[in-house]
Design a protein around this ligand. Structure first.
Ligand code: FES
Ligand code: FE2
Length: 360
């Protein structure tokens, strides 16, 4: 069974990736083609010509429309065929499925499910985005060789940072500090404070704390697969309030996971920080550090996926640290069940098709 949730917004691409040319990308196992119309607005269709199934991404743009590179059928951004060379009549089945898109936070988001349910208000809010005093690193992309749920597990699992990220964001002081977990309708939060500890390498490099720090990690996972990690450090023994946290060294690390296939995931990330916001050098350091950190995750998760696929084992020994990942998987399963039920209801209430009518 598929592990995907269809009725959700996914980052399809960074805004700069989509232009006046066809761009192919596989999302939730579907091949899509993206382009921009002349007014700059993005468009997406299934990347498959209904004639002989040539990828439309192998074609070219004609004004706002996309022309198949095999025999020249041309489709508008709604997926309607507007021209068949050498033929006037256009068969009703000559269309390509369109996908709802939105552009926000420097990214183009796609809705892969029922178009009527595509609700812009369901896009996650990126905290501090565009606010003065916050430096932004965006436009970063990685490709993970694993199912997206192995990444969502990882992104609400502070315990792995000590081991996987010992050279980047982790340190041993956090090893035995337990994680608290909270859950909402559309998110799971795992968090902890590590008090009176040695600053981690990132904080050493970017901050100027004289001594020990209290540091926090708040790992939010917004269903199905947007992660926000709110992390930072304040001088030890200060109040753990939102105000103090903003006055300390604070970062928001967003990871937008878009399943490509059951075993691969597009990994878009951006990072907001409240220190040296305008420094290109600080941005370059953040980019390097976060890339190194995420590649450490990618390496262990590719090994995990490989062994899961080799053995077919999907039931794992459950530890205390798996509380948040288990909640996410339960919530995802619930959404999938709801989608399946909706799909079944749609089938049972649909009017009979002409072929069904003929054989009835
Ligand atoms: S395959 Fe596209 S027009 Fe023939
Ligand atoms: Fe990690």
């Amino acid at each position: 069974m598929s592990s995907f949730v269809k009725n959700a917004w996914y980052v399809a691409a960074w805004s700069g990736e989509i232009g006046r040319y066809p761009m192919a990308r596989t999302i939730l196992g579907e091949n899509l083609v993206f382009w921009r119309r002349q007014d700059g607005s993005p468009a997406a269709l299934i990347d498959r010509c209904p004639h002989k199934l040539a990828p439309l991404s192998a074609g070219s743009l004609v004004g706002d429309d996309l022309q198949c590179g095999y025999h020249g059928m041309t489709f508008n951004s709604h997926g309607q065929c507007v021209r068949i060379p050498g033929q006037i009549a256009i068969p009703p089945s000559a269309c390509a499925r369109p996908f709802p898109l939105l552009e926000r936070f420097g990214a183009v988001w796609v809705w892969m499910g029922e178009p009527a349910l595509a609700d812009a208000s369901q896009i996650v809010e990126v905290r501090r985005y565009g606010e003065p005093g916050w430096g932004l690193v965006d436009g970063q992309y990685l490709h993970f060789d694993c199912n997206y749920l192995n990444i969502t597990d990882n992104l609400v699992d502070p315990a792995h940072t000590t081991y996987v990220h010992r050279n980047t964001i982790g340190n041993a002081a956090a090893e035995d500090v337990s994680v608290k977990v909270e859950q909402g309708e559309n998110h799971v939060l795992a968090y902890r404070w590590v008090n009176d500890s040695e600053p981690v390498p990132l904080v050493k490099a970017m901050g100027n704390f004289a001594g020990q720090v209290d540091r926090w990690q708040y790992y939010y996972l917004h269903l199905p697969s947007v992660s926000c990690v709110d992390f930072g450090s304040i001088a030890a023994n200060r109040e753990h309030s939102e105000q103090e946290m903003d006055a300390g060294l604070r970062s928001f690390s967003y990871n937008f996971l878009t399943p490509e296939t059951e075993t691969t995931t597009h990994y878009f990330w951006l990072h907001l920080r409240n220190y040296q916001p305008d420094s290109t050098q600080a941005s370059a350091q953040v980019t390097q550090l976060m890339t190194d950190t995420f590649l450490e995750d990618a390496a262990i998760l590719a090994l995990v996926q490989r062994e899961q696929d080799r053995t077919g084992i999907r039931e794992f020994v459950r530890l205390g640290i798996d509380n948040a990942p288990a909640r996410i998987r339960r919530l995802i399963a619930r959404r999938q069940e709801a989608e399946q039920q909706m799909a079944q209801e749609a089938v049972s209430t649909a009017p009979p098709s002409s072929s069904q009518a003929l054989t009835a």
